[in-house]
Design a binder for this molecule. Structure first.
Ligand SMILES: [Zn+2]
Length: 291
């Protein structure tokens, strides 16, 4: 089961999120039939979004992470709710690239050069939006840079997705560690030392270490305190009912035109790759409600 562990350490001078997200990444892979490098890229961004979603304060808040870049993956979009449930997709799920210099899936090569958009819909008139330039395209470093430059929160982000030989997801997870205002030099030194002991998230996960163990490694000597452990996962909130409402909202004039010209229409949800078919009879029925 996918979970996020939320914790503080060093008398709340640090806050830490660690995540196990294998099921949500595998679910995304199955829904979108993503190639291994696309699964890794999407999985890393979904893992980060899940943790960042759980940072949102209000139940209805929504977080969107969007990578707009020039690589063959043609962008990645992920949305998370405040409970850490996520949905997402890539522009082109079929990218195949040779392994990178260290023999890993070449996420940076698939992503290319571009920007990371962080959009938080906090129920206000205008959503909060921050845009930063991608630093490496490996996603974790790009988020670290976003936190430092856009939110002024020194952070360390680790994300990893490991594939099985049959291209299903073997392991996925990550962490976000953030230094709170007033953090002492001594604490920073300990954090840096702990971080230097971590080779990669996938290595830890593959050694059988879960979010709690990763938390302990990150916070060695810093007395971590777990706040809560929450279940997370892949979740799309689309439904035929919601799509119907969207159709009604295009208005009487527009909808009559569709009824006249089409025998049936297909509406597609990008996030979960589901098609919703409407027959002429159904469209005629919806037209009654349109204004
Ligand atoms: Zn959907």
């Amino acid at each position: 089961m996918d979970i996020i562990v939320r914790a503080t350490a060093a008398d709340a001078q640090i806050r830490v999120f660690t995540a196990y997200t294998k099921d949500m990444v595998e679910e995304a892979r199955k829904r979108h039939n993503t190639s291994p490098v696309c699964t890794a890229a999407l999985g890393r961004l979904m893992t980060a979004a899940s943790m960042m979603g759980s940072m949102l304060k209000s139940d209805k808040d929504i977080l969107t992470l969007k990578i707009e870049s020039d690589g063959p993956i043609e962008g990645i979009t992920v949305t998370a709710d405040s409970k850490g449930f996520v949905k997402g997709y890539v522009g082109n799920p079929n990218v195949i690239l040779p392994a990178n210099k260290v023999g890993k899936l070449d996420v940076a090569g698939a992503v290319g050069v571009g920007f990371l958009d962080v959009i938080k819909d906090l129920g206000l008139k205008e959503p909060y939006a921050g845009q930063t330039e991608l630093q490496t395209g490996e996603i974790a470093e790009d988020l670290t840079f976003y936190f430092a430059s856009s939110e002024q929160i020194p952070s360390s982000v680790g994300l990893g997705v490991l594939m099985n030989r049959d291209n299903t997801v073997k392991q996925a997870g990550g962490f976000i560690l953030q230094l709170m205002p007033g953090v002492s030099e001594e604490t920073i030194e300990k954090v840096e030392k702990n971080l230097s002991n971590i080779s990669s998230v996938t290595t830890l996960l593959d050694e059988g270490k879960g979010p709690k163990e990763i938390l302990e490694i990150l916070c060695e000597g810093l007395e971590p305190k777990i706040i809560d452990i929450i279940p997370v996962g892949f979740k799309c909130n689309c439904s035929k009912d919601r799509v119907s409402k969207a159709l009604i909202s295009v208005g009487k004039e527009e909808l009559s035109k569709i009824v006249e010209e089409e025998d049936s229409i297909n509406l597609h949800c990008d996030f979960c790759n589901t098609d919703y078919k409407f027959t002429k009879d159904e469209l005629v029925e919806l037209l009654k409600y349109a204004k």
